[in-house]
Design a protein around this ligand. Structure first.
Ligand code: ATP
Ligand code: MG
Length: 424
């Protein structure tokens, strides 16, 4: 064994014991998204690097230090996608899905960021995202936020709070940017290296600093809301009124910004306190400029992405996690001579009723060891088939979970028995 090869740091296997929870989370999203009129799109995991640097922004954590970028054999610079929105917009444009300008799409799959791995933060992680194109009004923002809330409730998760903010129009942000630069210049020496570097290129990013030493400076920075023009103020008031009317609680967090440059206007996060520092489980916002940045026509757009690792962890902790379904029956083969015949028999049962879940013991072994495996499989019943049973056209039915007496049953009765077991 000595020289085994292990997985890459930050890249995880999702094991059989965990996949039922993953499927529960994925199916819950899928069902809700389709109820709201979203159609699924499946996208490549690799795109041209320029797609991300142009849309996410050169001066962001993702583009500066987190992307898995490499030259392929032709020398083209390619990148493992760090997020799904840019690729979704690229695909929608390339395939004419924005022609009538209205479109609701969802996607899911792995994303890649070279971050420091820790609880809730990995280098390969999974997102489900939803994107809406063509609807400018706050009604769409409200509906998307309510959809996210519904999904979290469908997952059985409570105590996840909604925070919202408005990042204003490009003009609002330009005026705010000037004020921020002036403010941060006044704190010259106290700024950390990231902040100094971003002071003139992307001062808004400084607000997103995860460095605790920067906290007091960031907390006293000018407030974006004081720079919002009439259009933004009205849009945000409209959103708040609609959330109020729908009975959706929220906190306005004026420091909420997103780590990607293409956001403007409404932004929101759903946050749990049970995950420590990595508490945001679903985040999104408006990105009305992105379609144009990628070469398409001006198209209002809003979307969100949910972090599946964090949601799976919450569902597991909630105690409502679905379990692996055990088989109804485990077939024990009493004589190796009977294996071929028993295999054919079990295939006939499976053919007759697609709801049957039967495990067949292959490869022989003593009755005792086969019954031990039957027990470990979680099956309700063992169906034992030895020479005597084969000659009589029967199986012995043994209750693995209770005290009931073992009895012989005609072969054609087996599917009915197993079926009753499922419906009990
Ligand atoms: P954070 O502030 O936690 O770094 P982010 O703003 O970079 O998050 P987004 O790009 O908005 O995150 O991605 C949406 C969601 O995807 C996040 O809210 C989170 O749940 C999840 N996510 C992001 N990065 C990771 C990661 N490295 N590992 C696991 N989940 C992640
Ligand atoms: Mg991040």
């Amino acid at each position: 064994m000595g020289n085994t090869i292990q997985s890459i740091r930050g890249f995880s296997d999702i094991l059989p014991a965990q996949t039922p929870v993953w499927r529960f989370v994925e199916q819950t999203f899928q069902r809700a998204l389709e109820r709201y009129g979203f159609a699924e799109i499946r996208l490549p995991v690799i795109e041209k690097t320029a797609l991300f640097s142009r849309s996410i922004g050169e001066v962001t954590d993702i583009v500066e230090k987190e992307m898995y970028t490499f030259d392929d054999r032709n020398g083209d610079s390619l990148t493992l996608r760090p997020e799904g929105t840019a690729g979704c917009v690229r695909a929608a444009l390339e395939n004419g899905l924005l022609h009538n300008a209205r479109s609701k799409l969802w996607y899911s799959g792995p994303m890649f960021r070279h971050e420091r791995p820790q609880k809730g933060r990995y280098r390969q992680f999974h997102q489900i995202g939803a994107e809406v194109f063509g609807y400018p009004g706050p009604g769409q923002d409200a509906e998307l936020i309510l959809l996210a809330g519904r999904i979290l409730r469908d997952l059985g998760l409570k105590d996840i709070r909604l925070e919202i903010n408005d990042l204003g129009t490009a003009d609002d942000r330009a005026r705010y940017r000037a004020a921020l630069i002036e403010y941060f210049e006044g704190h010259g020496d106290a700024l950390d290296d990231d902040a100094k570097r971003r002071l003139y290129s992307n001062p808004l990013r400084i607000l997103d600093s995860k460095n605790p030493a920067m906290r007091p400076i960031v907390d006293n920075a000018p407030d974006l809301h004081d720079f919002l023009g009439e259009e933004s103020t009205a849009h945000f008031a409209g959103l708040c009124a609609m959330l109020d009317a729908a009975g959706q609680a929220y906190v306005v967090n004026r420091r909420l910004v997103r780590g990607l440059d293409y956001y403007g206007g409404t932004v929101f996060e759903w946050i749990s306190d049970e995950l420590g520092a990595q508490g945001t489980v679903l985040a999104g916002g408006r990105y009305d400029v992105l379609v144009e940045m990628i070469g398409g026509p001006a198209t209002p757009a809003i979307g969100f992405a949910a972090g599946l690792e964090r949601l799976v962890a919450l569902v597991e902790e909630s105690g409502h996690a679905p379990q692996v379904q055990p088989p109804q029956a485990y077939v024990v083969v009493g004589d190796p001579q009977l294996e071929a015949d028993t295999l054919a028999l079990v295939e006939r049962w499976r053919e007759a009723d697609p709801s049957l879940h039967i495990q067949l013991h292959l490869g022989g072994g003593s009755m005792k060891s086969q019954l031990r495996r039957a027990d470990r499989s979680g099956a309700a019943l063992a169906l034992i088939r030895g020479q005597a049973e084969a000659e009589a056209g029967e199986v012995l039915v043994k209750d693995l979970r209770g005290e009931a007496q073992q009895y012989a049953l005609a072969l054609d009765q087996v599917p009915t028995l197993l079926c009753e077991l499922t419906n009990r």
